[in-house]
Design a protein around this ligand. Structure first.
Ligand SMILES: [Zn+2]
Ligand SMILES: [Zn+2]
Length: 254
């Protein structure tokens, strides 16, 4: 077999029509206001509601991400003008609840809660996190816009033949190999852009209307969130455009 040298710039040119903006969070260590966009920390909880708990171990769920929808650089038409998109997830180590029941690894499993909350007044105040072992909190203070392209498996599925096999392999190798800085797929935490699939695309179907859900946000293992999804997996938030109260959260490994 002969090595085929692939020019990344040529691949970028071929994918130009499918370029999307992605927004990489700019971070400050530590928690801020309850209404801030953040990884971990104290979530906005309406004063007449309780912090979400795990459907299996009943412990308070870890806040993975909160986005203040009134200050996003890229908005979905079905988002409320004010509100919080929140992902809560069970990180109780001795029970490993994401594999506990019939809904294991499901984007809608009872070991997590992914939702949009509309504020109804003030937030319930917390002197400290109700989570047993809270992950280090990071506040999102801004966003950096970058160019993003479909992952190789998404190209195979939706845009078959656009890249040849060597180019497609090159794209995947850049995203997953030792030259990650050269990747044209944004493999870090990001809002919007294209999801970085390490395997086949895994857009869930909406449990209500059955249509493929919209990809919203990507959380990479041990990027801003101090958490490993399986073996360096990448997690995604999904939302149904028709039923925006339905959100899902799932991850896939390599
Ligand atoms: Zn649990
Ligand atoms: Zn739906």
């Amino acid at each position: 077999m002969t090595e085929v040298a692939i020019d990344t710039a040529e691949v970028v040119a071929k994918l130009a029509a499918h370029k999307r903006p992605a927004f990489v969070p700019i971070i400050e260590s530590g928690d801020s206001l309850q209404s801030s966009s953040k990884f971990s920390g104290i979530a906005w909880i309406n004063s007449d509601e309780e912090w979400p708990t795990c459907g299996y171990c009943n412990k308070p769920l870890q806040l993975f991400l909160q986005l203040n929808l009134s200050e996003m650089p890229d908005r979905r038409s079905y988002w409320p003008a004010t509100g919080f998109l929140q992902v809560f997830y069970c990180t109780t180590e001795d029970t490993y609840c994401q594999e506990a029941g019939a809904d294991m690894f499901s984007p809608f499993g009872k070991f997590q809660r992914t939702r949009v909350v509309t504020p109804t007044g003030s937030s319930r105040a917390y002197e400290e996190s109700p989570v047993e072992i809270p992950l280090p909190s990071k506040t999102i203070t801004g966003w950096k816009e970058v160019a993003d392209y479909p992952a190789s498996s998404e190209l195979d599925l939706r845009f078959e033949g656009l890249l040849n096999e060597e180019e497609s392999t090159h794209l995947f190798d850049l995203a997953t190999g030792f030259d990650k800085d050269e990747s044209i797929n944004v493999i870090s935490d990001k809002l919007a852009g294209w999801p970085m699939w390490l395997q086949d695309p895994g857009y869930p179907d909406c449990p209500e209307c059955g249509e493929e859900m919209d990809y919203i946000f990507q959380i990479a293992s041990e990027d801003n969130l101090d958490y490993m999804f399986g073996d360096c997996g990448i997690a995604m938030i999904f939302q149904c455009k028709k039923d925006p109260h339905l959100l899902g959260f799932s991850w896939a490994g390599s």
